[in-house]
Design a protein around this ligand. Sequence first.
Ligand code: TTP
Length: 577
Amino acid sequence: MPVAHPEPQDARVIAHIDMDCFYVQVEQRKQPELRGKPAAVIQYNSWKGGALIAVGYEARAFGVKRSMRGDEAKKVCPDIQLIQVPVARDKSDLTLYRDAGSEVVAVLARKGRCERASIDEVYLDITDVATSMLLENPPEVLESVDEEVLKSHILGVNKDDRDQKQMVKEWLCRNDADNHDKLLACGAIIVAKLRKEVLTVTEFTCSAGIAHNKMLAKLASGMHKPAQQTVVPSASINELLASLPVKKMKQLGGKLGASLESDLGVHNVGDLLQFSEEKLQNHYGVNTGTWLWNVARGMSGEEVKGRILPKSQGCGKTFPGPRALRTIESVEHWLGALCEELSDRVESDLKQNKRVAQTLTLHARAYKVDDSESQKKFPSKSCPLRYGSAKLHEDARKLFESALREYMGIYGTDKQAVAGGNNWRIIGLSVAATNILATPQGVTSITKFFSTSNPPSSSSLECDRNIQESISFSTPSGCEAATLDMDHTLDMDQELGQPSSSNEETIHLGDKDTGGLHQPSSSGGWVYKYDEIDSSVLKELPLEIQEEVRRNLQPQKRAKKAGTGSGIARYFTPIKK
Ligand code: TTP
């Protein structure tokens, strides 16, 4: 649920940095002979040449698209180099790309508050450094302006046939500009320099958007790719939004976008301007209504969070079509592989960053053989996380068994009944370590994190007591503390051919505080702060899962049907004012 934040009084300078065809660049750095050649990175699954997950710009010029498979890409671009994503434990291993992303973050974080938004995207709040520059060395006193800065696109400015660079220079160095534009001009100079530093240090090019808030900076960073930057002066906002289709904005996608189109006839974001805040609130609830009203004006007060490490870690694998898992043994096998990887990652996070993961969460997608139309979701389960691959595996197995019993409607502990039924198929499996906290500094030993975490015991009944139940579709009264954590850097193999209904839920119940994402509403239900959910990391998940999660992020609308359906929305009632 989008939440409106008041726009801060003082102008901010925010940059959104987005790496260009990131995985391809990482591979090209590894194999320099691929530089300048059409190339794409393909997923681990060679069916029809493998699914493309990143396409280099040289290949894009031939018409190669991410939606293609390798065979199709070869048809439109016979010389294309297809590079398979690294593989470990029979699944994609994104360590190489994740580490490359960290190299970039290390360069960018020197200049301002830095929020790592996904494997290859960063927000930077450079207000302080831009303000200092404006005071000490403003653009209008510069003797020369760097070429990279002059290549900037200034929305609303680069419009006629005059010398573009000259126009940019004039805009940057105007004496009569207002303070907001002057700060953006400083931002453009700072970001161009940073992008050059990123290139020197990492060999990667990136694109950037520079604006007064995160929303506009993000919109702008993708406008002129690769290796370019775009500035959004306040005067250009209306024009920008007037022609921006709502579906181009992630938060306006899914059902909200569809409803805007069908109920209000809104196609472009700017079309929202015609509606009063009250009207939008009547349609979409107080929060979303105000948020939409602000969006129409390019307003968003969301802060850049100082965060360069992910809040959680996860890994998963899909099992499409005939590869669906059908026995407890095969699930256990894959949980073992996933837990080994997760264990390596949390251990290394502990070592390198002194952070401890608190919660283990299991998600799966499933369908029933005799009822493949069923919309019932496979419940997610969480429990306190115990370090060590074997313990993680043991706990993940118990979480799975508990979830499977619930999914199959078997409330006893008869393992045989569930396992032997062979009436289910698992098409996606993932484990995640969430609630990762910095270890307290000082005398307290970190061992307390390992010894007091109530590990699930060997009996499944006891195990259930420790499990933080996921949203239970059948027992809403158990809903005491809904938590939602979508900030996983999930590694999911993306493969085609799987049934389209995604059953993943990242919402679970429990008595642990997972970072204050939720508050009780006055009506006794729960709301979560949409803007605190880092949804961009979702792009590592298969598209249909992304869709599903996004659908579930519009609880207010769904909450209108509270009590009438079995969807999760009934637990998320709007705050009454
Ligand atoms: P993107 O930033 O979406 O795309 P990109 O960097 O490849 O290209 P662009 O220059 O247009 O921004 O994604 C970053 C990386 O994330 C991408 O290189 C590969 C990976 N990725 C996936 O694995 N699956 C996906 O569905 C998407 C969208 C990206």
